[in-house]
Design a protein around this ligand. Structure first.
Ligand code: S3P
Length: 447
């Protein structure tokens, strides 16, 4: 297992782009593979999670050609050959690695096929709840077994069956559940409706529209008729705002800093992090320069002394992946930051309430833990520490950012998990540490 060592920086001045969006790359591989022709996908995220989904689609018949590659990682531009909704049985069980998104979306896709498939993942994925998707899928007529040692967990055995449409009220605000039901609904005759308790990321809906599948959103209710074949199209994946969040926090908390992040996805169901950092005192401007399908733009941020804030309940689903790094910003801010109503964090790649609290405490932060979140008492000096990622990419990266503000050395153990979502993070960290503000001097190509 690799380690990442980080020391404090005195200032931060940089301009660059973060890699493609993870949620959108998964969906581009899936919908491209279902479409009725070839689709060129650019700025695809060559992370382990997304590569697993791409390989899964290949094993289901959707071949792809690599047009550009990030050396050592995988394709960033590719052409996928859609199968017009007719997938074929894979030769072997499908490995979803560490990815809840990959497994839950593929389960929805596979529920209505004419063959049996098995989906498996690593130890973390095998302990995450799958009942949230097996319940609605079974109500649609799917025949699924959870084979895991832990009840209701992966591996999943999916015996494809004829599905009926569903009118489903989701008990948890989860874009993965919504997308799994919609993917199953694509193979059911009739109207599928999903109602979410609060707004979650809408990449599936936007991508289906882009592929000319007729889908309607009315508040939190999404309605779609089944048996529509997506029309192939080319797709440019925006930069991942969840990856941008690490640098935004670093810049926000460093007084006098300036950071320009280019071509970031600014989908309003993902931008709550920007609102939170503004409330905490960061100065920020966003400029949307393209809005076909997914809004894309630049974010310029200037650091300032930060103050604590309270995350609003309705913001939580829209910044759920950013909470570990928001907790780091909170530790560097004056006053208290209240992060509550975030119980979902306990069923991510790790129990992110426990792993965040444990690592903050190691760095000398005063933090109270609750069943549904934490209260961070900010503004004590951070001290360098030995940090355990517990195999969770967002924990590893959040605490690498904390290390930029800590005395002494911060060592992230198990840093290789970062490749599940951000290939090149260590290179970007290095470039920032050495004040290479000119993007031409960045060692990593701005993918
Ligand atoms: C995702 C949805 C979120 C998020 C995950 C990606 C998606 O999970 O945490 O990283 O791409 O749909 P939930 O749907 O479980 O909230």
């Amino acid at each position: 297992m690799s380690i990442l060592s980080v020391k404090a920086i005195s200032s931060l001045h940089a301009e660059f782009s973060v890699p493609g969006d993870k949620s959108i790359s998964h969906r581009a591989a899936i919908f491209g593979g279902l479409s009725n022709g070839t689709c060129e996908i650019s700025n695809f995220l060559p992370s382990e999670d997304c590569l697993n989904t791409l390989k899964a689609m290949r094993s289901l018949g959707a071949k792809f050609d690599i047009l550009e590659e990030l050396e050592g990682y995988g394709p960033t531009r590719l052409r996928i050959h859609g199968q017009s909704m007719k997938l074929s049985a894979p030769e072997a069980p499908i490995d979803c690695g560490n990815s809840g998104t990959g497994m839950r979306l593929l389960a929805g896709l596979l529920a209505g096929q004419e063959f049996t498939t098995e989906l498996f993942g690593d130890a973390s994925l095998s302990s995450r709840p799958m009942g949230r998707i097996t319940k609605p899928l079974k109500e649609m007529g799917a025949n699924l077994e959870t084979l895991g040692e832990k009840a209701g967990c992966a591996p999943l055995k999916i015996h494809g069956s004829k599905l009926q449409p569903i009118n489903y009220e989701m008990p948890v605000a989860s874009a993965q559940v919504k997308s799994a039901v919609l993917l199953a609904g694509m193979f059911a005759e009739g109207i599928t409706t999903v109602t979410q308790p609060s707004t979650t990321r809408d990449h599936t809906e936007r991508m289906l529209s882009k592929f000319r599948v007729s889908i309607r959103t009315d508040g939190n209710k999404i309605t779609m008729a089944g048996c529509q074949t997506p029309e192939s199209c080319d797709f440019a994946v925006p930069g991942d705002i969840s990856s941008a969040a690490f640098w935004l926090v670093a810049a926000a908390a460093k007084n006098g800093s300036r950071l320009l992040l280019k071509d970031v996805g600014l989908n309003p169901t993902r931008t709550a992090i920007l609102k939170v950092l503004s409330r905490m005192g960061a100065h920020m401007t966003e400029t949307v320069h393209s809005s076909g399908g997914e809004p894309i733009g630049n974010i310029e941020i200037h650091g300032a002394p930060l103050k604590g804030t309270t995350l609003l309940p309705e913001e939580i689903p829209n910044l759920i992946d950013e909470i570990p790094v928001i907790a780091v910003a909170a530790a560097l801010a004056k006053g208290e930051t209240h992060i509550r109503n975030a119980r979902e964090l306990r069923v991510k790649e790790t129990d992110r309430i426990t792993t965040t609290v444990e690592n903050l405490r190691k760095m000398g932060v005063d933090v109270e833990e609750f069943e549904d979140g934490m209260i961070v008492h900010g503004c004590k000096k951070l001290k360098g520490a030995q940090i355990e990622s517990h195999g969770d990419h967002r924990i590893a990266m959040a605490f690498a950012i904390a290390g930029l503000f800590a005395s002494g050395e911060t060592v992230i153990h198990g840093a290789d998990c970062i490749n599940t979502s951000y290939p090149g993070f260590a290179e970007h960290l290095n470039a920032i540490r050495h004040e290479r503000s000119n993007p031409e001097h960045f060692t990593l190509p701005t993918i």
